[in-house]
Ligand binder design. Structure first.
Ligand code: ZN
Length: 158
């Protein structure tokens, strides 16, 4: 497996996010399945409102999990893109592959996250939602995870 390391910019951006998210993205890169670029952690007010205006975000500041009120607080969201053949790739296929790697790492570490390609956290990513944010990962509260038991006792998302 390739030995990937975050560059200076990705490292600086990842440091603006919650430690649980930092752990997830460090493990995801260590696995060596795909190189990763951290596109954003914390996002300030002007940028959030610009994202809202152009439709890249559905919420105004400070309602995104990238936003913090105290500028030194850590963000509860990270945008991360595949890094393929020496450059960031926004291709859907690459983003979806990376999401599987990241979600699996989050499960292994016990860090509850939600991916912008599966907002309702069910077993059907992408095709049952109309707002795709395939590079977005955010922390969720354990209590918000919608999981119920099947008749045979297996846990499954609903
Ligand atoms: Zn995001």
């Amino acid at each position: 497996m390739p030995d990937y390391h975050y560059g200076k910019t990705s490292t600086r951006r990842l440091a603006t996010a919650n430690p649980g998210l930092q752990q997830v993205f460090k493990l995801a890169l260590e696995l060596g399945l795909m190189d990763i670029a951290i596109v954003q952690g914390r996002r300030g007010r002007a940028e959030q409102d610009r994202y809202y205006a152009i439709g890249k975000s559905r919420v105004r500041w400070p309602h995104s999990k990238h936003n913090v009120i105290n500028p030194l607080d850590l963000a509860s969201a990270v945008d991360a893109a595949p890094f393929v053949n020496g450059e960031i790739s926004w291709r859907k296929e690459h983003c979806i592959y990376l999401a599987g790697v990241i979600q699996a790492c989050a499960e292994l570490l016990g860090v509850p996250i939600r991916w912008g390609g599966n907002w309702d956290m069910d077993g059907e990513p992408i095709t049952d939602q109309d707002f795709q944010d395939l590079v977005h990962y955010e922390l969720v509260n354990h209590g918000k995870r919608r999981v119920q038991k099947d008749a045979d006792g297996d846990r499954r998302p609903v």
